[in-house]
Ligand binder design. Structure first.
Ligand code: BES
Ligand code: ZN
Length: 620
């Protein structure tokens, strides 16, 4: 399985016609909210963090914008929240308890919290606490941190996990500003996707303000032994003290990246752009929490070779965080534009060779992954009826959509295309968008011209059909073509490892080589490669993950200990799921994997645990 995030490829269900959900819909199929009646416009969170109980406890106060005051109800999303009490403000300003029901838990969508109101309440307060197994939070013991002294916790809300730590209208078609006050044990620093003040000591609680309206999946919090260091005029890095300097060095080009993005797509509108590097169990490469991207420590390779992930999360400050998919059906509007913008930033800051290599690797990995994806999941516009939106995250909304945008760019020319993309972000800033709006916007400004090289209807196979359309323009990289030649000679036995002259290869070259080699690997050649290039001991996890994959296939024993250590330490799904999946293919490897997993499991994020449980057949 080559799913980008290693998420389980969904079992294809019998599906009806695609329900066309526009961004202005009354309902999002993944939320219990009635959006035509009332919308949350501001949230105040007052929470205490208890590491002992592994819980957040306090209240959320929601300020409401009523469309239909006569509805007198507020429907919220929750998952595993215990609700102690709800109180509502009357239109006359007085407060009183409000009756509510918390429905039985749906395994995918959680529990519908239905609040009955006397009138069009301006504000509603929900007093609650979270469960230790909240799907959107991970609680780490001191042993799971770098410093080993203090506990750590962090949230991951996308796609619909915010509801496991705050009662909300948990849909990307609602935006709210927020403030928060969060208390924590002494010596613990709290940060949020908001205005983090490096000097704050948190004695009276840490206070936060997010004045730009955000969708719920961008609500984020982390707490632990976190220090900060300035790395640019508007950027700090935040991480455990023990890796602060390494992180600051790795990300020192951040201002160049912001400036490159601004030059292409207009001003950065969020104030500061900070980066938080989490412990290694963080399940993703990065998460675009506004003002404070959350990042995996596996990016700290020592040579800046993985900073494209930072470029990606930064790019979301335009694509996704400004113009936001209104429902998860249209996830591609977030991730395709972001992958495209990421590559433009990489080109501007690190050069065209690097950008081309990334494109080639991305396209080839997509083609490999699509061989195993159900056809329905190969469309950009996804049918997610009845499904957990996390299942939408394959390489398709990233790479296939980036490929479509790249094809448009090349056929229309950068001047024309860039101007339309910039206007798309500008004119939809802080709004939710849909595929239909995309078609109208790009249609009017580009595709509907009589002499246009690509017309609106030509996008249909990208949006609503499987595979990659014939009209797609393939990326090329002279550097990677040279690697193809070297690989062919190596596999044919015409060159040994030393003759590959691979000492100077950069990460993308190794990744490309190993992707091509993996299926044909043999243990003898791997020993030769290892002797020359020390691959088993590399620090760069994009390289070692592919090396281990080849090693499992070739039964290359000398890498087993390093593989075990990798599986125990690294919780980033993309870097572990392909390995668990490969191990599960033979009885002997599977037995070994189950043994390793006994140690690894407790260190993994709840969503990663679910994926591995299922892959190893351990699900009850
Ligand atoms: N928004 C995603 C992270 C995410 C993915 C959250 C799936 C929830 C479910 C983030 O922007 C992302 O795409 N991260 C990638 C970066 C890569 C494509 C450069 C990652 O984590 O690997
Ligand atoms: Zn992304």
């Amino acid at each position: 399985m080559r799913n980008l995030f290693g998420g389980l490829v969904a079992v294809l269900m019998a599906v009806g016609p695609i329900t066309v959900a526009r961004a202005d819909v009354a309902r999002d199929e993944h939320s219990y909210a009635h959006l035509d009646e009332v919308r949350v416009k501001h949230v105040y969170l007052d929470l205490d963090i208890s590491f002992e109980k592994k819980q957040l406890a306090g209240f959320a106060e929601l300020s409401l914008d009523w469309e239909k005051p006569e509805a007198k109800r507020l429907d919220l999303d929750t998952r595993d929240l215990s609700v102690e009490r709800v109180s509502a403000q009357r239109t006359d300003g007085s407060w009183a308890n409000a009756p509510f029901t918390l429905a039985k838990r749906d395994p995918k969508f959680g529990s519908h919290l239905a609040i009955r109101l006397k009138d069009a309440a301006p504000k509603v307060r929900v007093y609650y606490h979270t469960a230790p197994e909240a799907s959107g939070l991970q609680w780490l013991e001191p042993a799971q941190t770098l410093g080993k002294q203090k506990p750590f916790m962090f949230s991951q809300a996308q796609a619909i996990h915010a509801r496991s730590f705050a009662p909300l209208q948990d849909t990307p078609s609602v935006r709210f500003t927020y403030r928060a006050r969060v208390t924590a044990p002494e010596g613990i620093r709290v940060v949020m996707s908001a205005d983090n003040e490096p000097g704050s000591d948190g004695k009276q609680g840490f206070r936060f303000n997010m004045p730009q309206p955000i969708p719920s999946y961008l609500l984020a919090i982390a707490a632990g032994d976190i220090a900060s260091k300035q790395v640019g005029p508007r950027s700090y890095v935040w991480t455990e003290p023990g890796r602060l300097d390494a992180v600051a060095k790795e990300f020192e080009d951040i201002e160049a990246m912001i400036a490159a993005a601004e030059k292409l797509y207009g001003p950065y509108r969020w104030g500061r752009y900070d980066m938080l590097v989490l412990p290694p169990s963080f399940p993703f490469g990065g998460m675009e929490n506004p003002r404070l991207s959350f990042l995996t420590p596996t990016l700290i390779a020592g040579d800046k070779s993985l900073v494209n992930v930072v470029a990606h999360e930064l790019a979301h400050s335009w694509s996704g965080n400004l113009a936001t998919n209104g429902t998860w059906r249209d996830l591609w509007l977030n991730e395709s534009f972001t992958s495209y913008v990421e590559n433009r930033i990489v080109e501007a800051v690190f050069g065209v060779d690097q950008a081309q290599m990334d494109q080639v690797v991305g396209q080839q990995e997509l083609l490999a992954e699509m061989k195993e994806l159900p056809e329905k999941d190969q469309h950009l516009v996804l049918d997610l009826a009845g499904r957990d939106p996390d299942e939408a995250f394959s390489g398709v909304p990233y790479q296939k959509g980036e490929w479509m945008l790249r094809t448009l760019e090349q056929r229309f020319g950068r001047d024309k295309f860039d101007a339309v993309v910039r206007a798309w972000f500008d004119e939809h800033a802080f709004q939710s968008v849909s595929t239909e709006q995309f078609l109208d916007f790009f249609g009017t400004r580009l595709l509907d011209a009589k002499d246009a090289p690509i017309h609106r209807a030509d996008l249909d196979p990208w949006l609503h059909q499987p595979g990659v359309p014939k009209s797609a323009l393939l990326a090329h990289s002279a550097k990677l073509e040279a690697i193809d030649g070297a690989l062919a000679d190596f596999v044919a036995g015409k060159k040994d490892a030393a003759a590959l002259n691979a000492k100077t290869w950069v990460t993308a070259e190794w990744v490309h080589f190993l992707n091509g080699y993996s299926e044909q690997a043999n243990a003898k050649q791997m020993a030769d490669l290892d002797a020359n290039y020390g691959l088993t001991q590399r620090r760069n996890r994009e390289i070692t993950m592919r090396w281990f994959l080849a090693g499992i296939r070739a039964d290359y024993a000398p890498m087993r200990d390093a593989l075990r250590a990798h599986l125990i330490e690294i919780g980033r799904r993309k870097l572990m799921m392909p390995l668990w999946s490969e191990l599960a293919k033979t009885p002997a490897n599977k037995a070994w994997a189950i043994e390793v997993y006994k140690t690894a499991r407790s260190g993994l994020h709840p969503i990663a645990q679910n994926s591995v449980d299922a892959t190893l057949g351990l699900k009850p």
